[in-house]
Design a protein around this ligand. Structure first.
Ligand SMILES: C[S@@+](CC[C@H](N)C(=O)[O-])C[C@H]1O[C@@H](n2cnc3c(N)ncnc32)[C@H](O)[C@@H]1O
Length: 333
């Protein structure tokens, strides 16, 4: 069994406990003709401790993190080693996620020092946004994604032309804000009305209200397929799908069943001079070789390269690497 199966087990759809059906057989598109893109792997993209976010310590099934002004303790199934810091450091925190640690557990927050409000100010690389204690254990940002954001920002700025970005499964919008700040025209799609409301709030908090971002509450597959029919095209597509999710009208998303066709659709909606398609996957029983093979096949005949590996966070206390997700991205150059 692959050790990555419990990555990012928190399901960000708020207020919902989805029933996971048995994995569906993949809906496969016809195999693309043409030479496969070059390949680079394994690529390990690391996020180091920084002024906005740090994984301070980890161990004994928990992680201690700094999110802006707050120190937070949350469960972390992969931290099967011992904490490096003494217990007093783990006790001197602002919030602890307690409650059941089931795959989809709702759980609760405890505030050992003083009761805290639901939201708090956060920052990423000069972008202000809101952290939030949600009923799931997550807080509205997946810091490991910062590696993708920096890469995407570089591509947008280097292009020196108008760039259109599609952010599927966009959640609270950090990637959309980074893209918009870099000058791209952004379309952000998520099935959760709450997540999109939060993302819109983040746009205001980040003082990017004048930037062109379309916020869309829709099923990612339906939206992408409609864009093909409409002839809408994008230079960069980001997709960060959960293992299992639902669209706003109850459309079922199952990664193993639906990802192959969606990746193929993403190819269909690329401009003639595309820059990249960036896929992240987590909470699945697979290795990055699986999504690497899928991406290489899907981008046959397009040139460029597919690079695949893991997104990891480097811990401050002892420098251990906490793996969070698998990724595979096609890049034109
Ligand atoms: C892990 S989050 C994405 C995180 C985001 N890329 C980031 O870095 O902040 C997955 C998102 O997929 C959304 N989702 C689940 N099923 C969906 C579907 N069928 N269509 C569109 N979005 C969906 C959830 O609402 C959730 O916000």
């Amino acid at each position: 069994m692959n050790p990555l199966r419990d990555k990012r087990r928190d399901t960000p759809r708020s207020g919902e406990r989805p029933q996971q059906p048995a994995p569906a057989a993949p809906r496969l598109a016809a195999r693309r003709a043409g030479a496969l893109p070059a390949e680079r792997l394994p690529v390990i993209l690391e996020v180091a401790p920084n002024a906005d976010y740090a994984l301070i310590d980890s161990g004994a099934g928990r992680k201690l993190e700094q999110y802006g002004p707050y120190r937070i303790v949350r469960p972390e199934g992969q931290a099967i080693w011992q904490p490096a810091l003494p217990e007093r450091d783990w006790a001197n925190v602002d919030a602890v996620f307690t409650g059941d640690t089931d795959e989809e557990g709702m759980g609760r927050w405890r505030f050992p020092k003083a009761p805290l409000g639901e939201t708090w100010p956060m920052r990423h690389d000069g972008l202000d946004y809101l952290g939030r204690f949600t009923s799931f254990r997550h807080v509205g940002v997946f810091p490991e994604q910062a590696s993708h954001w920096a890469h995407m920002e570089g591509l947008i700025r280097a292009a020196r032309r108008p760039v259109k970005v599609l952010n599927l499964f966009g959640y609270t919008g950090l990637a959309s804000l980074v893209a918009a700040r870099a000058g791209a025209e952004v379309t952000h799609v998520d099935a959760s009305k709450k997540a999109v409301q939060w993302a819109r709030e983040n746009q205001q908090v980040a003082r990017l209200g004048d930037k062109p971002i379309r916020w869309i509450v829709e099923d990612a597959v339906k939206f992408a397929e409609r864009e093909v029919r409409r002839g809408s095209r994008y230079d960069i597509v980001l997709l960060d799908p959960p293992a299992y999710g639902r669209g706003p009208k109850g459309e079922v998303w199952q990664l193993f069943g639906d990802l192959p066709a969606l990746v193929d659709t993403c190819r269909e909606i690329l401009t003639p001079k595309p820059l990249a398609v960036v896929l992240t996957a987590y909470s699945i029983r697979a290795s990055f070789f699986a999504i690497h093979a899928l991406m290489r096949d899907a981008f046959a005949g397009m040139g460029g390269a597919v690079e695949s590996g893991e997104l990891v966070i480097v811990e401050k206390a002892a420098g251990r690497r906490l793996s969070t997700s698998l990724f595979s991205r096609w890049v034109a150059q």
